[in-house]
Design a protein around this ligand. Structure first.
Ligand SMILES: NC(=O)c1ccc[n+]([C@@H]2O[C@H](COP(=O)([O-])OP(=O)(O)OC[C@H]3O[C@@H](n4cnc5c(N)ncnc54)[C@H](O)[C@@H]3O)[C@@H](O)[C@H]2O)c1
Length: 248
């Protein structure tokens, strides 16, 4: 049986944990060669070891432009091509605070990871994708970027910026065979969510009409669909995964 992602090379950031890890496992199981990127070198090595063949770990800080450029160049040379980029690395910064309490340093930190990090990786993989006139880029955004979650200014604004970037990039590369989309999940119980104040998590989960959190299986499923070869007439779009919270 031919696997859907056979002979595809996928770069996945935030692959040591949560959504990134689940997406890496799914694409690997469907035949892709995976370059796993994360700040946390040890857990990342473990994920690579568990996946086994065709999975390599690259410890990298995605806020460091030079590191990103060098790492993507190494991956391109190592695998010969880059077909898929999934940007899952992300941080919330401080949450559960109102705008008058937001510190500029925290706002910069969150934008550096969520927006600039996603921009750096996308910019670095695009020339590899243009070589073959094929590519799938998926930025993991958030419902917070569409609706704005009170208490989460830095996070919500940075994810809105990611959604804006997705719209621009989708149009810019629309005639190249490269699609660039985003995904806006509601709440999935991961390390990121566990680290937030419980009242902030309750605020977010109470808004989900299905009255439950999303699962990593559901994330991996929709992400694999978005980056599959057959999803070829949708670009610049932000897919929903909110259990009915966003109907637009
Ligand atoms: N979990 C949710 O409910 C939820 C909802 C909506 C959107 N998201 C988004 O999904 C993505 C993944 O979130 P998660 O819940 O899996 O979180 P997570 O904390 O489990 O995983 C995030 C990973 O990103 C890595 N990372 C952070 N900063 C980095 C940097 N500078 N360079 C490289 N790697 C870095 C972390 O080490 C971590 O392994 C994030 O972008 C998040 O904003 C999550």
């Amino acid at each position: 049986m031919r696997l859907e992602f056979e002979r595809h090379t996928a770069v996945i950031t935030g692959a040591a944990s949560g959504l990134g890890r689940a997406i890496a496992e799914k694409l690997h199981a469907s035949g892709a060669r995976i370059a796993l990127l994360d700040l946390q070198a040890e857990p990342l090595q473990q994920v690579a070891a568990e996946l086994g063949n065709d999975a390599e770990a690259f410890a990298v800080d995605i806020t460091d432009e030079m590191q990103v450029n060098e790492t993507i160049a190494r991956i391109g040379e190592r695998f010969g091509q880059i077909d898929i980029l999934v940007n899952s690395a992300g941080v919330t910064g401080r949450t559960g605070i109102r705008s008058e309490e937001v510190e500029s340093a925290d706002l910069h930190f969150v934008f550096d990871v969520n927006f600039f990090g996603s921009f750096y990786t996308a910019r670095a993989v695009l020339p590899w994708m243009l070589r073959r006139n094929y590519g799938r880029i998926l930025h993991i955004a958030s419902i917070a970027g569409k609706e704005g979650n009170a208490g989460m200014l830095a996070y919500s604004a940075s994810k809105a910026a990611v959604i804006g970037m997705t719209k621009v990039q989708g149009k810019e590369y629309a005639e190249t065979g490269i699609t660039i989309n985003a995904l806006a999940p509601a709440v999935i119980r991961t390390a990121m969510v566990e680290a937030m104040p419980e009242s902030q998590v309750k605020y977010m989960t109470d808004k989900i009409p299905m009255k439950r959190c999303g699962t990593l299986e559901e994330i991996a499923h929709i992400a694999a669909f978005i980056v599959s070869p057959g999803t070829s007439f949708t670009t610049g779009f932000t897919f929903d995964m909110t259990g009915g919270r966003a109907t637009y």
